[in-house]
Write a protein of this length. Structure first.
Length: 424
């Protein structure tokens, strides 16, 4: 049953939350690597389109889930409420250790790379995470207002980049279009699957609104915001990738992490490159802010269920304990390592958790609840995600090992916690 309408986060706040979660480090770093793997700019564009279609199916599926289970907490709540508490806890564990903490740390570290000057290593990343915690650890209305203003400004600036880029390309020769590239070694199907998993990280925020459904006006608003936010981001990503990998000579952006800035420098010169770097900094900042807003709701729900101390329960007047927990894990990851080499692992782990959640529409307490044409998008999401994951594991078994270790640790923690509760 959907929550009755009333005070709470509205459509635009939730849509901006989805957009902010999705538009982060991935879109500004991934395409240069996928160009190496796939060998053709237009195949790269097609990979972004396919991954976007999968994400849109996921957003529709999560909308069906949240209408049946209108409770904050995301995958943890969906799986636990569907009769799979063990799998639900493991999904919550993945959110804590990788889904939010890892993504926050990665975005903060990526932001640091785009800052000018020689600042102390990792200090800017730490400051960004702390500021994000301060923004969302106080009054809920303040955090939402900060979020909306920042995301709105980011979208305006991205529109400026696209407009100027398209205008500038009218007077430029697309020198790179005639360059023939050889894709990376291996089957094109396996390479394409790897690219989909990489790109899936850029789309992974399509479900961001479900983490705060308990604080929204209704579950129907949450469902609509996920579709709207995902659709906006798909269109934005396709247009940006035309600027990043189609327009410039390929030798400039091939295999480069800062593909957006390098492409901007070729299109509009040094000033345009500096402007794009500024927009990227803003995008990464809002990404950190949005994840600091959504993530603690998962841990708050786990605390309500007795799997974490009660102090982490999220209340309207007390959000800071859960936000502080999120901040603490993110700071640990920032201080003790770099996440750039873990992007494939994160994409694989999070996509499998999302698939397990969508399966709840056909299993457990909700078996048979989705019928007719509404069952098509969830089935497409499940099949596409599993096929991509399997092909990636065939291509790179080490990715599967990292995912297995993460899930195993979650299982051990669950058994320890439940065993301790039984002994009390």
């Amino acid at each position: 049953m959907a929550r009755a309408k009333g005070k709470g986060f509205g459509f635009w706040t939730l849509t901006f939350l989805v957009v902010a979660n999705m538009v982060g480090a991935g879109i500004f770093t991934t395409s240069g690597f996928t160009l190496v793997s796939l060998g053709s700019p237009w195949v790269v564009i097609s990979a972004w389109l396919v991954a976007g279609a999968i994400a849109l199916c996921g957003a529709f599926s999560y909308g069906l889930l949240v209408k049946q289970i209108p409770v904050s907490g995301g995958e943890y709540v969906f799986l636990s409420s569907s009769g799979f508490p063990f799998v639900g806890f493991v999904a919550g564990w993945v959110s804590l250790m990788a889904g939010f903490s890892g993504a926050i740390a990665y975005a903060a570290l990526a932001l640091e790379e785009y800052l000018p000057g020689n600042l102390p290593h990792k200090l800017p990343a730490v400051i960004v995470v702390v500021l994000g915690a301060l923004a969302h650890g106080g009054k809920r209305s303040v955090g939402a207002l900060t979020q909306n203003i920042a995301v709105g400004l980011k979208l305006i600036l991205l529109a400026v980049i696209l407009s100027y880029g398209v205008w500038s390309m009218g007077s430029l020769k697309w020198e790179g279009n005639n360059v023939t590239l050889n894709p990376a070694e291996g089957s094109i199907i396996l390479n394409f699957a790897q690219a989909l998993v990489w790109i899936s990280l850029s789309y992974s925020g399509f479900n961001a609104a479900v983490y705060i459904v308990g604080e929204s006006k209704s579950s129907y608003v949450v469902a609509k915001s996920m579709i709207a936010g995902t659709s906006i981001v798909i269109l934005l990503y396709l247009m940006l990738n035309v600027l990043f990998v189609v327009a410039p000579p390929k030798e400039i952006v091939l295999g480069q992490a800062d593909v957006a800035a390098l492409a901007a420098g070729w299109i509009g010169g040094e000033r345009f490159e500096s402007f794009v770097r500024f927009v990227i900094l803003l995008a990464l900042l809002t990404s950190v802010l949005s994840m600091m807003m959504a993530g603690p709701r998962v841990y708050g729900k786990m605390a309500e269920d007795g799997l974490l101390p009660k102090i982490f329960v999220v209340q309207t007047s007390r959000v800071w304990p859960a936000v502080s927990l999120q901040m603490g894990f993110a700071l640990i990851l920032i201080c003790f390592g770099s996440l750039q080499d873990l992007l494939g692992y994160l994409g694989l782990t999070l996509s499998l958790c999302a698939t397990a959640s969508v399966l709840c529409l056909f299993l457990g307490a909700h078996q048979g609840a989705v019928k007719g044409w509404k069952a098509v998008p969830p089935l497409l999401f499940i099949l596409a995600t599993l096929i991509s994951a399997i092909l990636l594991m065939i291509r790179d078994p080490l990715q599967a090992l990292g995912t297995f270790v993460t899930l195993l640790l979650g299982a051990v923690v669950f058994l320890f916690l439940t065993g301790s509760r039984l002994r009390e």
